[in-house]
Design a protein around this ligand. Structure first.
Ligand code: ZN
Length: 368
């Protein structure tokens, strides 16, 4: 169709029609994503999360994927929102924004429904039927009902609002700081500017770290303190480092420390000189710990497994051959469980992300 030949009237009316079809399509996408999440199909395909599936397989941008997943969860919890998305009174962005604020807020409040719920009064139209609030199979508790009502009230306040106006509404309900997002901006080949919100408690801890080194360097910056702490954690926790690499990492942290005018304590690189105590000298707790240590995977084996897996999830999809490669919440697990005679040998161990480990355990239970 040549749009240039259309009358103004038809051009405008057809645009409206297509936009409403676009919204219907969007809702259909959200419903499909919801079902994919319910079946956890992304795990079988070798993705560690629905988000990874949306960005890598469906080719959504990171922000688009994030908005769709957040909105999908909001609609799953509150199906009444669908009509508002359909009519355009609530935008995808504002639904997603509110959903992510609810999540942050409930984490912060440890799931206590508080200030933002208090004083909420609902009109008859706002009241929810049981099936509105949750999936049909889920029973609701009083707290869930209150939470759902409170969320609906917030969504009602977001209707027909621009993104900026939505920020103001959310800030008035939950406080300014909840809207602050982390951002990373590359400013040169070697430097980035990071914007992040810290709790005052965390800032105090960082100040204490600076104070610990203050007798050596009284002008340590926050970035330098973070670098010191990061090197310290990587040195302890990054199992992919070989002993040579660990030595090199340690040398590097020494170099950085001396650059900042700091002295690090001498590091013990070998544990061989530890004197083993006879069992008779051990307390009950020490004996227990020693027994647990015997059944635990030795650190050297853990490091070997980690290195072989290159520090990422080894799950490979049987249908697509895709390897997960996720690096979030990695766990070393036995292929043949210890309870069934599996050993702590490297060949009986695998490195999976948490999502794939849970999936594997579920499959094993179903088969067993
Ligand atoms: Zn995985």
């Amino acid at each position: 169709m040549n749009l240039k030949t259309l009358s103004n009237e038809r051009l405008l009316s057809e645009t409206k029609l297509i936009v409403s079809q676009e919204r219907e399509l969007l809702i259909s996408v959200l419903r499909h994503l919801q079902e994919i999440e319910r079946r956890k199909l992304f795990l079988e395909l070798g993705f560690p999360s629905l988000w990874a599936y949306c960005t890598l397989e469906l080719k959504y941008s990171e922000a688009s994927a994030y908005r769709r997943i957040q909105a999908m969860r909001a609609l799953r919890d509150l199906p009444v929102l669908q009509a508002k998305l359909e009519s355009g009174s609530l935008s995808l962005t504002n639904i997603a924004k509110a959903q992510s604020v609810f999540r942050k807020f409930s984490k912060k409040q440890n799931n206590i429904i508080s200030p933002f719920y208090s004083g909420v009064e609902l009109s008859e139209n706002d009241k929810l039927t049981e099936s509105d609030k949750f999936g049909e199979n889920e029973t609701s508790r009083h707290g869930d009902h209150n939470l759902a009502c409170a969320k609906l009230k917030v969504f009602a306040a977001l209707e027909n609002k621009s993104q900026k106006e939505a920020d103001i509404v959310l800030a008035s309900h939950f406080g300014e700081e909840i809207l602050h997002k982390e951002s990373i901006r590359q400013v040169s080949t070697h430097e980035v500017v990071v914007k992040l919100t810290l709790s005052s408690g965390l800032l105090q801890k960082i100040e204490r770290v600076k104070n610990l080194f203050s007798h050596q360097n009284s002008t340590l910056t926050t970035a330098q303190a973070i670098e010191l702490m990061t090197n310290f954690v990587l040195d302890k926790k990054d199992l992919s480092l070989t002993s040579e690499k660990r030595q090199r990492a340690y040398t590097e942290s020494l170099r950085i420390s001396s650059k900042y005018g700091l002295l690090l304590p001498q590091r013990r690189l070998s544990h061989d000189n530890k004197v083993a105590r006879a069992p008779s000298e051990m307390s009950q707790t020490q004996k227990l710990m020693a027994n647990n240590a015997k059944s635990a995977v030795p650190a050297a084996v853990k490091r070997a497994v980690w290195r072989k897996a290159e520090g990422s999830c080894q799950y490979v999809s049987s249908s697509t051959g895709r390897r997960c490669g996720g690096q979030h919440k990695l766990e070393i697990e036995h292929i043949q469980p210890r309870a069934f005679g599996g050993t702590n040998d490297e060949s009986n161990l695998k490195l999976f992300c948490r999502a794939h480990n849970v999936q594997a355990a579920r499959d094993a239970t179903l088969m067993g």
